[in-house]
Design a protein around this ligand. Structure first.
Ligand code: ADP
Length: 169
């Protein structure tokens, strides 16, 4: 009799999401099709000096993915990416690629991660052409100088950024 037991394919999509952009959301939507379960990992790495706390970013990402079809969950992590992926039972790490600048960093990181654990593959999705220039860092910079960020993030995230800047000033 054929073995009908199919292993569940789990992927993790790690990032800082400070804040989550339309580019991230596109990768999450597309990535969710590739796996049975996608775990979005919000890094707590304080070295990045994020605008939003981990709790705020977790809440923001959870809210933003609420209507994404498929099994998508959001958790925070504070460990080596490979240990996080292993803990989640993932066989795949999802990353988005925008430009050549991303490639160099991502290529090196994927190579080192493979040396740490060769059972987990890093899979890259090319950024959607229209969303390719979007970076959280630039979104924050534009907002700080009073520019409009509504082409880069959802209205709710734009409100979060505005609220944060108003509190900080
Ligand atoms: P990290 O600090 O890990 O780079 P980010 O939140 O900046 O965290 O990015 C998480 C992932 O999303 C990375 O793989 C990054 O390349 C990808 N990404 C960021 N912006 C976009 C975008 N506009 N389109 C596609 N992928 C993106």
């Amino acid at each position: 009799m054929a073995d009908t037991h199919k292993p569940v394919r789990i992927g993790v999509y790690p990032g800082t999401f400070d804040p989550i952009t339309l580019g991230h959301l596109d990768i999450i939507r597309r990535g969710a099709h590739l796996v049975d379960r996608l775990v979005v990992g919000v890094t707590t790495n304080p070295a990045k000096e994020p605008m939003f706390t981990v709790a705020e970013r977790l809440e923001m990402v959870k809210r933003e993915i609420a209507d994404v079809p498929g099994d998508v969950t959001v958790v925070d992590f504070n460990s080596l990416l490979m240990d996080f992926a292993e803990r989640e039972g993932a066989s795949l790490i999802l990353r988005g690629l925008r430009a050549v600048a991303d490639f160099e960093y991502e290529y090196q990181m994927a190579g080192m991660n493979q040396q740490l654990n060769d059972r987990i593959e890093t899979v890259f999705l090319m950024a959607d052409v229209s969303l390719q220039p979007i970076a959280s860092r630039l979104v924050k910079e534009i907002a700080r100088y009073g520019g409009a960020i509504d082409k880069f993030v959802t209205p709710a995230v734009a409100r979060d950024v505005a609220r944060h800047l108003a509190q900080a000033s």
